[in-house]
Design a protein around this ligand. Structure first.
Ligand SMILES: [Zn+2]
Length: 210
């Protein structure tokens, strides 16, 4: 087992900036690309001096998979994602389906998969094992949870916050699909307060303060 931390590279791509991440094992130089949203040349640049091993998808919203086909063709490596349901019944052909609790190897390191539905049914987070960093996609942002499109989905988000997100330790650093990374402990009190309120039939863009 390696003692060096994995290298996490981030780039903002696309018209309303979406964070693409690349995780690199420092020992083997193996890498995975997370969320090929847009700008294939930028994505390829991110993987410089690494050996790309897989493309991982946090969820199937178009801003997160816009350059998937192109990157799959360029890199010719396996695509891994949650089995579904996918955005507007899009046909996603993954080489490996990932479920809650699964692990993805990146050289000497590994990622743990968390299924965190609400924003969309197929959303997953990738936690670096033995490390405090988790790539959370649009599950949560610094200012609130990912947008929902029905009251039922919003209730699912509340359950995800309670059962999965708040279980992570305070020193967890969340790397979201949009905006800056943040330390979970700095937002814990806000999230707990948010969960104690009666949101009735709410859905849409939520903030921790509402
Ligand atoms: Zn999304």
């Amino acid at each position: 087992m390696s003692t060096l931390p994995t290298e996490l590279r981030a780039r903002s791509v696309g018209p309303w900036p979406m964070n693409t991440y690349a995780l690199v094992c420092p020992d083997t130089r193996q890498s995975v690309l997370i969320d090929p949203g847009a700008d294939p040349d930028t994505l390829q640049e991110m993987l410089a001096e690494t050996v790309p091993a897989a493309i991982l998808i946090t969820h199937t919203h178009p801003d997160h998979v816009g350059a998937l086909d192109e990157m799959r063709t360029r890199l010719n490596i396996p695509v891994m994602a949650y089995p579904g349901p996918h955005f507007e019944n899009m046909v996603l052909s993954a080489d490996r389906w990932l479920n809650h609790g699964d692990r993805v190897k990146v050289g000497e390191h590994s990622l743990k998969v968390y299924h965190t539905p609400g924003h969309i049914g197929d959303i997953i987070c990738f936690g670096i094992e033995g490390d405090n960093r988790i790539v959370v996609g649009d599950t949560i942002f610094e200012g609130g949870p990912g947008k929902t499109w029905s009251a039922e989905d919003f209730q699912t988000t509340l359950k995800t916050l309670r059962d999965i997100i708040l279980v992570w330790p305070d020193d967890t650093v969340c790397y979201p699909g949009h905006g800056p990374a943040f330390r979970l402990g700095d937002r814990r009190a806000d999230i707990e307060a948010f969960l104690t309120k009666d949101h009735r039939e709410f859905f849409g863009d939520a903030t921790w303060e509402m």
